[in-house]
Design a protein around this ligand. Structure first.
Ligand SMILES: C[S@@+](CC[C@H](N)C(=O)[O-])C[C@H]1O[C@@H](n2cnc3c(N)ncnc32)[C@H](O)[C@@H]1O
Length: 252
């Protein structure tokens, strides 16, 4: 509890006013990741492997961008920082502990950007929805990774849509913004790598599935090269009798 409070206070102090309300989600994720480290290890290794494979044959390695860099647990940060001239990490929030760790590692070519990648504000304002349009102004862009972010965009957008209701937001807001992220990646003139959890299942101790949901809300996904399971809430995390397992895909 004390570690969480310190992480919260230090991160809030370093985070722009517009993004401070998201700090508690990042701190909650950090706490859970700490508790579930062993259960998440295979997922984190698979995510890193996919990203390494996606960049392995790139001839030019000038600028790389990681979307949803978060805790840097499922991103091969050392390889990216060593391989590219500039590495840009984009997230709503960069935890104080992550900032400190990057400093301690001495990565001089890493830049942090706080940004809402959902496109919700543009849709609400009736503007063109191009949540990744800002990448057009990043010079020498050679590689973009979407790092276990897309399902979280869907969750955040759904939460905001419900909180705003009744509003003029279209009924398919969540689907549109998930699709806009996928389209935005495929429109980029460089190598991209999409790693995302796409569904979840609540499973009991006998292996029986009690509940399932599509985290992509029916939006068509590009073809996956690799798939795996991620025990987001192993037995004992949310319940003694049930675990929550997400299906993850990676494509590039
Ligand atoms: C499951 S975590 C990704 C973990 C991260 N790749 C890592 O290596 O630890 C999802 C991340 O997406 C970020 N996120 C969620 N919605 C976002 C949004 N609309 N814009 C930018 N980042 C967002 C969260 O802050 C969180 O860090």
């Amino acid at each position: 509890m004390i570690a969480e409070a310190l992480q919260y206070l230090a991160t809030a102090a370093l985070t722009g006013r517009a993004y401070r309300r998201f700090v508690r989600y990042s701190v909650n994720l950090w706490s859970r990741a700490g508790r579930c480290g062993r259960a998440w290890a295979a997922h984190e290794a698979s995510s890193k492997d996919a990203m390494r494979a996606a960049m392995s044959d790139l001839r030019q390695r000038r600028t790389a961008v990681v979307l949803g860099s978060g805790l840097l647990r499922d991103v091969p940060i050392g390889d990216l920082a060593a391989s590219f001239d500039t590495l840009v990490l984009v997230d709503l929030v960069h935890l104080a502990s992550v900032r400190l760790w990057l400093k301690a590692k001495g990565y001089r070519n890493v830049r942090l950007i706080e940004r809402d990648l959902s496109g919700y504000d543009d849709l609400k304002a009736g503007r063109d929805v191009e949540p990744l349009g800002f990448l057009r102004s990043v010079p020498y862009l050679d590689f973009v990774v979407s790092a276990n972010l897309l399902s979280q965009i869907g969750r955040g957008v759904k939460r905001r849509y419900e909180a705003d209701a009744p509003s003029d937001m279209p009924a398919d807001t969540v689907e549109r913004l998930i699709a806009a992220h996928i389209q935005g990646l495929s429109d980029l003139p460089c190598r991209t790598c999409l790693v995302t959890d796409i569904s979840y299942a609540v499973i009991d101790r006998t292996g029986k599935v009690h509940e399932e949901a599509d985290l992509m809300h029916g939006v068509a996904l590009p073809e996956a090269k690799v798939r795996w399971d991620w025990p987001v809430a192993p037995l004992g995390e949310e319940s003694r009798d049930y675990q929550i397992v997400h299906k993850v895909i990676a494509g590039w």
